[in-house]
Design a protein around this ligand. Structure first.
Ligand SMILES: Nc1ncnc2c1ncn2[C@@H]1O[C@H](COP(=O)(O)OP(=O)(O)OP(=O)(O)O)[C@@H](O)[C@H]1O
Length: 738
């Protein structure tokens, strides 16, 4: 049996083999299936760290977590039989197989060998363990992942913390029992100490109260701490859930809905969570104290207790009467607030255009209008909500003060209640009424929450791009593209974007796609990326229908460059690697060189480590485009799609990209959508589309001869180019003639 250290230092196997093999074993253990292509990339990577391993497992739909467990945690994990990998120093890994019964040693196994597990104690482990463990758990049941986002689902999530809530509940009950002590002590002081001048009773009561206060303080701290922990955990889970749901939505959804509206709707989840763990939970906690307080009140004075309950019932009635109107007003506020967010999101997102077109006044007017409407709606709600509050206030005051007056009247009329009893009753009665009033108040909050839930579920309950858990085929792609009688209509569109489109492109072809605006060029590339699946006919890559192919696998094998590419915040190196695991720095440099980006990257002060801001304002359009090309080719994809990738570039940048295009195209299929036909002259074949139909397919010279649309487009562009040349020539002459 090899010592674990030797796993890391084995010079015959790649440095990451142990970690990759361990990940594969963990995934198999929980019924997962990792993409072999991804595993190959990982094996070749310079370092496979914990976040990379977690990401790979998550890519395969598994739930993985990196932990820093203590020895006791490791023993617990081993005893539970959880599939766990320990990361070793020097890049190695070991599998946690079990623990010796007395907890003095763990059983580890080499993932690269079939030899039996070996035992290590805590001291030995520290020598070669990095202190990090990866735990992989099976994906949740499909039904659970696809479960609709609704109140039931949310309550289920909240109840996952039921152990914490149980502890909080116990603390609350003890506190409410202790809370009875104060009024009872006052009662005793008034009725016994003051009446009989009893010093020993006073001392005893004082000591007792100090103990009670101490316990109350400690329990209060524990209660708030537990609640904060539970709320934070629920919050974290909700946030993960929201992102997971957002990421699985189809692109169509984001194109149809303004980003401000989506963000606003999604944020409603936080309001719902706050309600569940805040107002709702606290009300139920307070209600639970009634179990002790109500008998206490009845014990003190039954008649007055019925009076308090009667007043509380009246308050509830008032609130319920106003409830429907308040709910309607709340919905109107939510709609107005959403409309506000849309303008805000649009303005921030399109600030460049706003500035360029001097649209500030228009945006400001739009914003002012929406703010005015939202303010009006809020005022209407506040005005309406003011009524029940105004009506309730005297009843609340009566509960606090009136019961005292009624009690005094009863005492004068010969009732047996003592002054101390009345004081104790007055102190307790407020605490009984408050949760009952809050319960009625919940009804109002519930209306707001229901509106927020409807908002959030409009986004979170959208159909996903692909059914959850669907893992399709993962063939090794060569790049043979086939469209067979493909027809496609965008949802809600009047006419078809593609109409019985058929063509066949052998692997390794440089294919140009041309046509007038709206002819369906981009739609062809969208279907190839699996962005829209509701088409008729067949789209095949290497003979496999696209819908059969695993979507992440398909997209990993495609390199996409669009007209306007989004670069993320981070260094140039990170942007080219684009978070893909296993990309070496050499590959990044090679991709940058091939894309013609190397020369400008090296001139930047930080080179590959130069930081670019979101949207990359510190780069020119040409530089951004070359980076986008480098990002697309860094994984050496079988198919590259350039959709108007050079149309926004200046002639010099365009010339650089075009000069590299033939080099980039070597060994892969490249689909170039371009309005500039001159950049497609060297293409192996050109597909001419018009109104969603294939008009012709062939090399430039043939099309020029036989395809009228192509010839017209070519002549139009040549005429423009000729005119430009004439102006260039005429201009200096004109200047010279002056
Ligand atoms: N997301 C969408 N929703 C609805 N209709 C769309 C959508 N995208 C495109 N279309 C419509 O589909 C048709 C084909 O559009 P497509 O973008 O494929 O054309 P194109 O040839 O790439 O045009 P351009 O050269 O102007 O980019 C057009 O009529 C367009 O209006």
């Amino acid at each position: 049996m090899d010592e674990p250290n030797s796993l890391a230092d084995d010079s015959n196997t790649p440095i990451n083999s142990a970690r990759v093999a361990a990940l594969r074993i963990l995934a198999q253990h929980v019924g997962g299936d990792l993409d072999p292509q991804l595993l190959r990339l990982l094996s070749a990577a310079p370092e496979v760290d914990a976040p990379t391993l977690v990401r790979c497992a998550s890519d395969a739909g598994l739930r993985a977590r990196a932990l820093r467990p203590s020895w006791r945690d490791l023993i617990r994990l081993a005893s539970a039989g959880a599939p766990v990998m320990l990361l070793l120093k020097g890049g190695g890994a070991a599998l946690l197989e079990g623990a010796i019964e007395d907890g003095t040693a763990l059983l580890l196994r080499d993932p690269l060998s079939s030899a039996a597990a070996f035992a290590v104690d805590t001291y030995r482990l520290q020598e070669f363990w990095l202190g990090v463990a990866i735990v992989v758990r099976p994906r949740r049941g499909q039904a659970m992942e696809d479960a609709p986002f609704n109140m039931r689902w949310l309550i289920g999530e909240v109840l996952r913390e039921r152990c914490v809530f149980r502890d909080i509940g116990i603390a609350t009950l003890i506190m409410s029992a202790l809370g009875l002590a104060t009024p009872l002590a006052f009662m005793a002081i008034t009725d016994r100490v003051l009446v009989y001048h009893s010093w020993p009773t006073l001392t005893l009561l004082s000591l007792g109260l100090i103990v009670v206060f101490l316990h109350e303080t400690l329990l209060g701290y524990a209660q708030r701490h537990l609640l904060a922990v539970a709320a934070a955990r629920i919050d974290a889970r909700l946030n993960l859930f929201v992102m997971a749901r957002l990421l699985r939505l189809p692109l169509d959804f984001f194109e149809k809905n303004p980003s401000g509206e989506i963000t606003h709707r999604v944020f409603q989840v936080n309001r719902i969570r706050e309600f569940l763990t805040g107002q709702l939970f606290r009300t139920f906690l307070d209600l639970s104290t009634l179990v002790l307080l109500l008998p206490g009140l009845f014990f003190l004075h039954a008649g007055l207790t019925w009076l308090v309950l009667g007043c509380t019932g009246a308050i509830a009635l008032i609130m319920l009467t106003f409830l429907p109107a308040i709910n309607r007003a709340t919905s109107r506020v939510v709609v107005a607030e959403t409309a506000k967010s849309i303008v805000l999101g649009e303005t921030v997102h399109g600030m460049r255009t706003v500035k360029a077109l001097a649209l500030e006044p228009r945006q400001a007017d739009d914003w002012n209008e929406r703010v005015a409407l939202a303010t009006q709606r809020r005022l209407e709600l506040a005005h309406l909500a003011n009524w029940p509050q105004t009506l309730i206030q005297p009843i609340e005051r009566f509960i606090q003060v009136g019961t005292m007056a009624v009690g005094a009247y009863l005492a004068l009329a010969g009732d047996s209640a003592s002054i101390g009893t009345l004081m104790a009753f007055a102190m307790l009665s407020g605490r009984v009424a408050a949760p009952l009033i809050a319960l009625a108040g919940l009804q109002q909050a519930q209306g707001e929450v229901r509106a927020a839930l409807a908002e959030a579920s409009m986004v979170l309950n959208q159909e996903p791009e692909r059914p959850t858990g669907a893992v399709g085929m993962r063939p090794k792609l060569q790049g043979h593209l086939t469209f067979e009688e493909v027809s496609f209509r965008y949802p809600g569109a009047q006419s078809a974007a593609l109409d019985r489109v058929s063509f066949d492109v052998p692997a390794g072809t440089l294919l140009g796609v041309v046509g007038r605006s709206g002819s369906g060029k981009s739609t062809v590339t969208r279907l190839l990326q699996g962005l829209n699946c509701g088409y008729a006919g067949m789209v095949k890559i290497d003979g496999v229908e696209l819908r059969e192919i695993d979507l992440p696998h398909l997209r990993r094998n495609l390199g996409i460059v669009l007209q306007d590419n989004f670069l993320f915040r981070g260094s140039i190196r990170e942007n080219i690697a684009a978070g893909r695991p296993g990309i070496t720095f050499e590959r990044i440099i090679r991709a940058a060189r091939l894309a013609g980006a190397e020369e400008f990257i090296e001139r930047l002060p930080g080179g590959y480590e130069t930081f670019i801001q979101e949207g990359s304002p510190n780069l020119s359009g040409g530089q951004r485009q070359r980076l986008a090309i480098a990002r697309a080719i860094v994984t050496d994809p079988a198919v590259m799609i350039l959709d108007e990738a050079t149309s926004a570039l200046d002639p010099e940048s365009e010339a650089i990209v075009n000069a590299n295009l033939l080099r980039i195209a070597r060994g892969r299929t490249v689909v170039v959508v371009s309005h500039r036909l001159s950049s497609l002259v060297d293409a192996d074949a050109i597909l001419v589309l018009d109104r969603g139909q294939v008009v012709d397919y062939g090399p430039h010279e043939d099309l020029l001869r036989r395809c009228t649309i192509y010839r017209t487009l070519w002549q139009q562009q040549n005429r423009t180019a000729q005119a430009k040349r004439l102006i260039d020539v005429a201009h200096p002459a004109a200047i010279a003639g002056q």
